[in-house]
Ligand binder design. Sequence first.
Ligand code: IPD
Ligand code: CA
Ligand code: CA
Length: 288
Amino acid sequence: MPASALMNVMQTAARKAGRSLTRDFGEVEQLQVSMKGPANFVSAADHRAEEILFTELSRARPGYGFLMEERGEVKGADATHRWIVDPLDGTTNFLHGLPLFAISIALERDGELVAGLIYNPVSDETFTAEKGKGAYLNDRRRLRVAARMELAASLICTGIPHAGRPNHDLYLRELRAIMAVSSGIRRTGSAALDLAWTAAGRYDGFWESGIKPWDIAAGIVMLREAGAYATDIAGKDKMLETGSIVAGNETIHAKLLKLLKAADARGPAPVKAAGKTASKAPAKTAAK
Ligand code: IPD
Ligand code: CA
Ligand code: CA
């Protein structure tokens, strides 16, 4: 399907930032063996990519606001549009030389997510979706959520809290519940790619908590357009506000939700993650 004018804008910005990330990714491999390691270099690469996305998107759509991981909220003259951007999702993978990271760009119109793009510059896979127009891989292959109905046959992806993040015990209860009944669990390390791959039917389901709007905004549009269900862990349409997401086809989503709720109920209430603040703006992110 030929890309729309909006998608062209998003793709042009992502490709330019992707070239910068790919160049820097090449350097990171050399830095692994140095005493200081590549951490500062990766942080600079992240900022460089964000700068490119900010410049390109501002030039193409002057006045639109931004919510970016590094810059935070940038108000635009046009209060009805806002880009939600993660310039480098999968930073830990990037830092360790694993080629699993992505640029994630979503567009919100009147508080509703209407477009999403997730681009892995190493594999050159671009996942795109526009509200009402479907989701695609590289503008060619239509994305459909996997049709499996049984968890026993399902490959489920997740995000695992680590040092500096709360709710380790809560997460272990969730993991215990899902690993006992599914055919496998994966932790890929880029929530944006995880959601794109779920929309593409590579994973049958996904769940994570303590996540930020820029990690999931583009993926939510993709999931919906691929026929998936996506809600927060309470089954509500408040993923951007609560920072939790559960996704899959209608049946797998319902089964995951039931198991996760039961696991959560078995212990103390979750602690809200500290760190960069999430969007305060309402997001109409209704799942199908
Ligand atoms: C992280 C990745 C990871 C997820 C974390 C995110 P970053 O984003 O999406 O998969 O588990 O919650 O913070 O830091 O690589 O942009
Ligand atoms: Ca991220
Ligand atoms: Ca990031």
